[in-house]
Write a new protein. Structure first.
Length: 487
């Protein structure tokens, strides 16, 4: 059939309204029952528009439109467009004519072919560093968070001035070397929040990496670069750190698997620290089997502690909102004290090097004195001991984050509120030194929210196996590279 005379013009007006973030105009183009299928682009914007979202970062320049009739009152459009962060995508649209008005009934977008995205990668290669030897991870590609030493490069820590002042590494961090010795290739060095002191994923110096599951949302931090690279299929593994939830939060926001290892179970040699009492090395992946293989490679001791038969919730171990708030506050104070102890001298010597929320967070950390820290450590130790006693060797089953990812246009106050609520969950593993595995669990209207299992110290590999059992028993839609199915 020939194309409807006016549908091409309607599609272009729809695109212009999306590009101009004209939500009023966009509503006039949509059927009440509009549906959408996975793939980044306008389809996610359509869904978010229905929830008062913005679109300008979710679409790119329109390249071409092809239309044809399907029936008297149905028409299809094939739209080719650029994706702002690199690559080109194709979108299929089904339009329904109501009286004389065309309305969008259904959308499907392909995963775009991505180019180099400077918000995700600091430097990338094909590969950047080849594997040192064959092994169980042969052929696997890794995005390394910019807090690990990679021979031949300075460690940037998400701060350009720090990267410029840092020496070129002459050897790999232990965690990097272990992956290379197991057959993995280093795809590149991926972005992080400034000195990894955030759970949002934004960085005013480099921009915000895209969230593959919900392009309208923040990616989660501070392992935002590795998480985005893995979720988009640009790497198989993300080598990252988790101090307060920096692996678990982006994993939850983007529908990934993530491991925070038992504190101290992976050598931190060659790691730029934030708060050594809490810093833990871990991984992000789309595939739990690869996560399990890589975890065995990373651990200083691959043997595993047995996990008890019980599965507890917060209610089961009688941890109420007051105790969670106390735990999170004590954690926050001691983390901040340590962060300033590690980075304070450099920050003082380089005024203006940090920007935005990280600068404010470090400024607040500078005001915490030794007495404040001592009180926080005492409170933290008491609360962690209570949790350990109540939980024993059983599993703790909790949400990985308090909510789905905040939208990119959310105010600093909204993002901080979400961070505080999530910290009350993530601080449990951090304060007790226990491992935690996050896995895709449920899809809400605002995006995915992961689930976390917290296990006994030293149970890392057994914990991943138990999480796989949980995920199998509770079917979820595992994201393909480039997007999580949603409408």
């Amino acid at each position: 059939m020939t194309a409807p005379d006016d549908l091409g013009a309607v599609v272009r007006r729809f695109w212009a309204a999306a590009a101009g973030d004209d939500r009023t105009a966009l509503h006039r183009f949509l059927c009440a029952d509009v549906t959408c299928v996975a793939g980044p682009g306008v389809l996610h914007g359509v869904a978010d528009t229905l929830r008062s979202g913005a679109l300008t970062y979710a679409i790119g320049s329109l390249i071409d439109v092809h239309t044809r009739s399907c029936a008297i009152d149905l028409g299809s459009a094939l739209v080719v467009y650029d994706v702002p962060n690199g690559g080109r995508a194709v979108q299929s649209q089904l339009w329904r004519r109501d009286d004389t008005t065309w309305r969008l009934a259904s959308v499907h977008a392909s995963t775009p072919r991505r180019g180099f995205d400077s918000t995700v990668w600091r430097v990338v290669g094909d590969p950047l560093v080849a594997s040192s030897a064959p092994g169980p991870l042969t052929g696997t590609t890794v995005a390394v968070k910019d807090v690990f030493a990679v021979a031949g490069f300075a460690t940037g820590g998400g701060v350009p001035a720090y990267e410029q002042s840092a020496p070129i590494a002459t050897e790999h961090a232990t965690a990097v070397a272990r992956l290379l010795n197991s057959g993995a290739h280093i795809r590149g060095i991926a972005r992080t929040d400034q000195f990894a002191y955030s759970m949002a994923g934004d960085n005013p110096h480099h921009g915000t990496p895209p969230n593959a599951a919900v392009p309208a949302a923040l990616p989660g931090g501070s392992s935002s670069g590795p998480a985005s690279a893995v979720a988009h299929g640009d790497a198989d593994l993300g080598l990252a750190t988790d101090t307060a939830g920096s692996i678990r939060t982006p994993a939850s926001y983007q529908g990934l698997w993530g491991l925070r290892s038992t504190h101290g179970s992976v050598s931190t040699r060659g790691l730029l620290p934030l708060a050594p009492d809490f810093d833990a090395i871990g991984l992000l992946s789309r595939d739990p089997d690869i996560l399990a293989l890589a975890t065995t490679t990373l651990l200083d001791d691959p043997s595993t502690t047995a996990i008890g038969s019980g599965v507890a919730t917060l209610d089961d171990i009688h941890v109420d909102d007051v105790e969670l708030a106390r735990l999170a506050e004590a954690f926050r104070v001691h983390q901040a004290f340590q962060a300033w102890s590690v980075h304070g001298d450099w920050i003082t010597a380089h005024p203006g090097a940090l920007e935005g929320s990280a600068a404010a967070r470090f400024a607040a950390a500078a005001a915490i004195d030794a007495d404040d820290d001592a009180r926080a450590r005492d409170d933290l130790a008491a609360l962690a001991a209570q949790i350990d006693k109540r939980l024993g060797d059983d599993l703790l089953d909790i949400p990985a984050a308090a909510t789905a990812a905040p939208r990119r246009w959310a105010s600093d106050a909204e993002v901080e509120k979400t961070r505080t609520a999530t910290l009350q969950l993530t601080a449990i593993a951090a304060a007790t030194g226990r491992p935690a595995v996050t896995f895709p669990h449920r899809e809400t209207s605002d995006g995915p929210i992961g689930r976390s299992l917290v296990g006994p110290r030293g149970s890392d590999t057994a914990l991943i196996a138990r999480a796989i059992d949980f995920a199998t028993a509770r079917p979820v839609a595992t994201p393909e590279p480039g997007g999580f199915p949603r409408c």
